[in-house]
Design a protein around this ligand. Structure first.
Ligand code: PLP
Length: 423
């Protein structure tokens, strides 16, 4: 491997000049490209247009309820069955909510803050609440924790999930009340939790009796290159009598229309009973018409999985553009590290320490929007200033090729300039 540090000052200066010329050439083209948020492309959205175009002729649900009217708090039976079959969670343990799983996560935090759970002290009445945050992670999870004043404790994500030795040691502290998990194809680096990780999360002894695992399975069916299977957390927790530590979230945001799908929360037998009581105070019921539309579109798990296969077909060439460009440009270099995700929505890369912010700044100045450097860490602080999240789904393939070309120039320019600082 060629390391930048092994190059002489003259060699680095020469590289800097050439890269600056390439960069300025890009800048002069006045382009606007976006690899920031993980939004589906128009072509992906079109695959769900059947939801909009199929008339809703029968609005009487299987339970004989008129979906146009009030009634049913926790979701219509047919949608529950669809998700129950898909995720292997008993219907009783889930509530079909509104349009957003993030909203359900926020509400779950708010309930714990205001009311506690199953008789425990509300978190808002405690001096300190700590939440374990596997990193790199999802910025909006961190924003919720920050809003409630919970102290976020970073735990490194290893290749098969959070560093469990560290997690097991941390949960001996009674102030540690929860852990944020995206267990399959994590946002941003595509990590999939191994069976051992799931078992250890289920089995570990926590000093806090009201410890919660926020299991945000947002990418649970988003297989792109290979189908990785995730151990069922309910089965794992059943073995250790810890089911009431689960707070499971899922939505069809990245399956049909982001922000216009249906979301669910699921929990153990006792805790879901308590959550249903709170839901009953919060609303008369969620949007059953939307639930029926989603159900009619998919009908069953096979319908959902063949739709996911069509989405993956759209995404695969885009992931390939990103991964092939990275391979071509950095395979034999210490300027950038990454691993190939098998599914999900993102590619996460690590620059040399101290180069992520500068890379993102350079890209932005030349017309390419990237997720802010630091966003994948609590409080927006990446201690190494190294991680950048690439979201390849939204641009067209042509745009993505240009965006990746520019991105690589920016990484190299930031790295070479950093290396020159040490000469
Ligand atoms: C890990 C994760 N959770 C939740 C969400 C948001 O989901 P929803 O639209 O259901 O709120 C996203 C969206 O990118 C996500 O990546």
């Amino acid at each position: 491997m060629k390391t930048l540090a092994s190059l002489s000052k003259a060699q680095l200066t020469d590289m800097e000049k050439k890269l600056s010329d390439q960069y300025n050439d890009f800048k002069s083209r006045n382009i606007t490209l976006d690899m920031s948020r993980g939004k589906p492309s128009g072509d992906q959205l079109n695959l769900s247009n059947g939801i909009l175009t199929a008339p809703l002729e029968n609005y009487i649900t299987e339970q004989g309820i008129d979906a146009r009217n009030y009634g049913i708090l926790d979701g219509i039976d047919e949608v529950k069955r669809l998700f129950s079959d898909l995720l292997d969670i008993p219907c009783y343990n889930m509530i079909i909510g509104g349009n957003s799983s993030l909203n359900l996560i926020y509400d779950a935090m708010a309930r714990l803050y205001m009311f506690g759970s199953l008789g425990s002290t509300p978190w808002g009445k405690l001096d300190k609440v700590k939440i374990l945050c596997p990193v790199p992670g999802y910025d909006r999870h961190f924003a919720i924790c920050e809003e409630f004043g919970f102290e976020m404790v970073c735990v490194p994500l290893k290749k098969d999930g959070p560093d469990m030795d560290m997690v097991e040691s941390m949960v001996k502290d009674p102030a540690v009340k929860g852990i944020m998990c995206v267990p399959l194809y994590s946002n941003p680096d595509g990590t999939c939790y191994s069976d051992e990780t799931v078992m250890r999360l289920a089995a570990m002894e926590t000093a806090a009796p009201d410890f919660k695992i926020f299991w945000d399975n947002a990418y649970g069916v988003h297989h792109v290159f290979k189908q990785v299977s995730l151990m069922n957390i309910f089965d794992a927790c059943r073995q250790f009598h810890t089911k009431d530590r689960i707070l499971y979230f899922f939505s069809t945001s990245k399956i049909t229309f982001p922000g216009s799908g249906v979301a669910l929360v699921a929990a153990g037998d006792e805790y879901i009973r308590e959550i249903k009581r709170h839901f009953g105070r919060q609303t008369i019921g969620y949007d059953k018409i939307n639930q029926l539309r989603v159900y009619n579109f998919f009908k069953d798990v096979d319908g959902m999985l063949s739709h996911m296969a069509a989405l993956a077909k759209e995404l695969r060439p885009k992931f390939n553009i990103v991964l092939e460009t990275l391979n071509q440009e950095f395979e034999d270099s210490d300027m950038l590290q990454w691993k190939k995700p098998l599914g999900g929505y993102f590619v996460s890369v690590n620059t040399m320490h101290g180069c992520a912010k500068e890379t993102v700044r350079l890209a932005k100045e030349a017309g390419l929007s990237l997720t802010n450097a630091g966003a994948t860490y609590p409080y927006g602080k990446d201690p190494d200033d190294s991680n950048i999240r690439i979201a390849p789904s939204y641009p067209t393939c042509d745009e993505l090729e240009q965006a990746m070309e520019l991105f690589c120039i920016c990484v190299k320019l930031a790295s070479v300039r950093k290396a020159l600082e040490y000469k």
